[in-house]
Ligand binder design. Structure first.
Ligand code: SF4
Length: 332
């Protein structure tokens, strides 16, 4: 399978007249202006100069704002600006937007420019949560957006959030189920991290909103990740990208959040294994697929250290014949 690379082009809040309760889009993207066409060309060419497009699937990704909320001429200008790169190995265009910025005219345009995936930032399918977050649309509008994307055969992903005001494990799992039922091919799971200069940050200061602890956010994201994996929905990201405005002190932000979630899944696997064998021994050798090694060993070797409480020597070995999180154990 080919490696995948996105060439990211960030379009900040300029396109968005909304103010969701948790948003300060400038801070999230660390960008204060929309990129010019020249800047886009420079960026794409610099990426392509380092990529072997024979071995890598490349997509140009308009992220950070709501692409289909831009004036139509701007959308066309951006789409036109990247069109020549289809002849230089770029496979497609992906972009993120809000469900209420999708209609037939917009989807027709995206289809014309061979947009390969639209990521809808739905965040939740619970009406109370959507209202508390001031998202400005309801589930019916999400459903309509999905209908247009399906009619024009544009694959779509859906981004969701964990720990929103009014959110719970139950309505987060329902959101995941709805994402599956709608037929999304991908998702991103973002734990809500209150950022300065957002209305939510003020509510938190007043004690009217309590952010999830890191542990709770890991646990809730883990349930979602396992659900999506079981339903063959690709999880493109778990956790926000590190940014100078998000520090490790702002719970539940952590720069390696996704790694912590996957570490926690392996921790559960090892705990079940230890409970099962019910004894300790001198040494243990655990084989896992290379892709899982980082998570099996654990963030800061936490899973290895857990096993060391039961075995004097703990070795991890790569075995690429193993699939997913399957593993083999040898004990001496
Ligand atoms: S839709 Fe996105 S960019 Fe617009 S206010 Fe909400 S979070 Fe911010």
């Amino acid at each position: 399978m080919k490696k995948h690379i996105n060439i990211p082009i960030f379009i900040p809040e300029a396109a968005c007249p909304n103010r969701c309760i948790y948003c300060n889009q400038f801070r999230i993207t660390d960008k204060l202006h929309s990129p010019s066409i020249d800047e886009i060309h420079v960026k794409i060419e610099s990426y392509l100069s380092t990529i072997d497009t024979e071995k890598t699937e490349v997509e140009i990704a308009f992220f950070g704002g709501n692409f289909t909320g831009l004036p139509i001429e701007e959308q066309i200008a951006y789409l036109e600006s990247v069109k020549p790169y289809f002849d230089k190995g770029v496979k497609g265009i992906r972009l993120s937007t809000r469900p209420d910025y999708i209609n037939e005219e917009k989807v027709e345009l995206l289809a014309k420019y061979r947009v390969s995936e639209v990521e809808l930032g739905i965040q939740s399918t619970n009406q109370k949560v959507l209202s508390l977050c001031r998202r400005g649309y309801d589930v019916i509008e999400i459903d309509k957006a999905v209908g247009w994307l399906k009619r024009y055969e544009i694959p779509f992903g859906m981004q969701m959030m964990v720990g929103l005001p009014g959110g719970s494990i139950e309505n987060e799992m329902q959101t995941a189920l709805d994402i599956h039922n709608w037929g999304a091919i991908s998702t991103r799971i973002y734990p809500l991290v209150p950022i300065e200069d957002s209305p939510l940050f003020d509510l938190m200061r007043k004690g009217e909103y309590h952010a999830l602890s890191l542990d709770k956010a890991i646990m809730r994201s883990k349930l979602l990740l396992l659900f999506f994996e079981n339903h063959q929905i690709k999880v493109l990201r778990i956790g926000l990208h590190p940014s100078k405005n998000l520090t490790i002190d702002t719970e539940p932000f952590h720069p390696a959040f996704g790694q912590l979630v996957k570490t926690s899944i392996w921790k559960d696997i090892f705990n079940a294994y230890l409970k099962d064998i019910g004894y300790t021994s001198d040494s243990i050798r655990i084989s896992v697929a290379e892709k899982e090694m980082l998570y099996a060993v654990g963030y800061q070797s936490s899973n290895q250290n857990l096993l060391k409480l039961h075995f004097n020597k703990v070795n991890f070995i790569i075995d690429n014949t193993l699939k997913g999180r399957s593993y083999n154990v040898g004990i001496n």
